[in-house]
Design a protein around this ligand. Structure first.
Ligand SMILES: [Zn+2]
Ligand SMILES: [Zn+2]
Length: 332
């Protein structure tokens, strides 16, 4: 028998196909041959010495020569701050100039490292850079949402090997963010609680889907996970916007994020994954019902026709079993 589960945060139903459920170890087969990468690559625009290949630096942590993290404009940015947030009607259709922002955050000078292999301090610097770029854009006129994300590996859509994340600021509130806001508002209206705080409370009580806990963050698998090993990292403190992350929380998130990614790295042999920081629309700070978090989506399966046709996912892994499996994997 399969089971349908409802996600109260996203208002999405998912089919947990328990009958054809795979054991956690079965997902190892999805891991492909990994290339061994060099520490430095002469023609990589993100490697030290090639800084002139990335014009438009917006942030450099560390000193001039030995930088730790840099952020730069995306050379082929999807949106640009040079345009204007202006809407245009073409008959019944609506369009807008490509206004916004698109930056790349180069996470480390080393070509072949990644968060699970970095020191805590190095991961902290990446999160500090995220915050710096987020805060610097959130008050810009016309910016409505900022999405910070990372693509790791070919099935996660990465085009460059050097460890990097991206940040896109959009002139509209994307429909998915709008729908999360309305779900959270609806929950608040009927219960008087933040749906994220309540979810965290419930997960800490149930324990079965918890992956890793630190002082200020909890990583766990959502009850109605869309895909195998999907993991959420929630701050314990109620803060609507990622820009509200404190320095103590940055330090703690570095440990939590690194340990959670280590469990995936060692447990599933470096799977491809995306993660995204889900913060609320930038002009809606300070609410009682919105709460930022980080979502990790391992790319172990491919969405197919049913997912495309319905927006509903079939998950072939039990979140409780996957969480139990990751809990056993040691992080350092
Ligand atoms: Zn490189
Ligand atoms: Zn909350």
């Amino acid at each position: 028998m399969s089971e349908l589960r409802y996600n109260i945060v996203t208002r999405e139903w998912v089919i947990i196909a328990t009958e054809r459920a795979k054991r956690p170890k079965d997902f190892l087969k999805a891991a492909k041959e990994k290339k061994i990468l060099p520490e430095y690559k002469q023609d990589c625009p993100f490697c030290p010495g090639n800084e002139s290949k990335t014009p438009g630096e917006t942030l450099r942590l560390g000193d001039e020569k030995n930088w730790k993290v840099r952020s730069v404009y995306n050379l082929f940015g999807a949106l640009s701050p040079k345009d204007k947030p202006q809407r245009e009607n073409n008959g019944i259709y609506l369009s807008m100039h490509g206004f916004g922002n698109h930056e790349v955050i180069i996470e480390h000078p080393c070509h072949n490292t990644m968060i699970p292999l970095m020191s805590n301090e190095e991961v902290e610097d990446i999160i500090r850079a995220y915050k710096n770029r987020y805060v610097s854009m959130q008050d810009d006129e016309g910016i409505e949402a900022i999405i910070i994300f990372k693509n790791h590996g070919p099935s996660a859509g990465t085009s460059l090997e050097h460890p990097h994340s991206q940040l896109v600021a959009t002139p509209i509130v994307p429909p998915q963010i709008r729908s999360r806001v309305s779900a959270a508002m609806g929950y608040f209206d009927s219960t008087g609680y933040c749906v994220f705080c309540k979810t965290l409370e419930e997960e800490l009580k149930a324990k079965s889907r918890i992956v890793f806990e630190t002082d200020k963050f909890v990583s766990f698998m959502p009850y109605a996970s869309n895909v195998p090993f999907m993991t959420w990292i929630f701050p314990r403190r109620h803060v609507p916007s990622f820009s509200g992350i404190s320095d103590g929380e940055i330090k703690d998130l570095a440990i939590n994020l690194k340990s959670t990614l280590q469990k995936l790295y060692f447990g599933l042999d470096n799977p491809d994954f995306n993660y995204t920081i889900r913060s609320m629309p930038v002009k809606e700070g300070g609410t009682e019902y919105l709460h930022w978090y980080l979502s990790i989506i391992p790319r172990l399966t491919q969405p197919a026709g049913f997912e495309l046709g319905s927006g509903m996912f079939i998950n072939t892994a039990l979140p409780e079993e996957s969480a139990e499996f990751l809990r056993q994997v040691k992080s350092h």
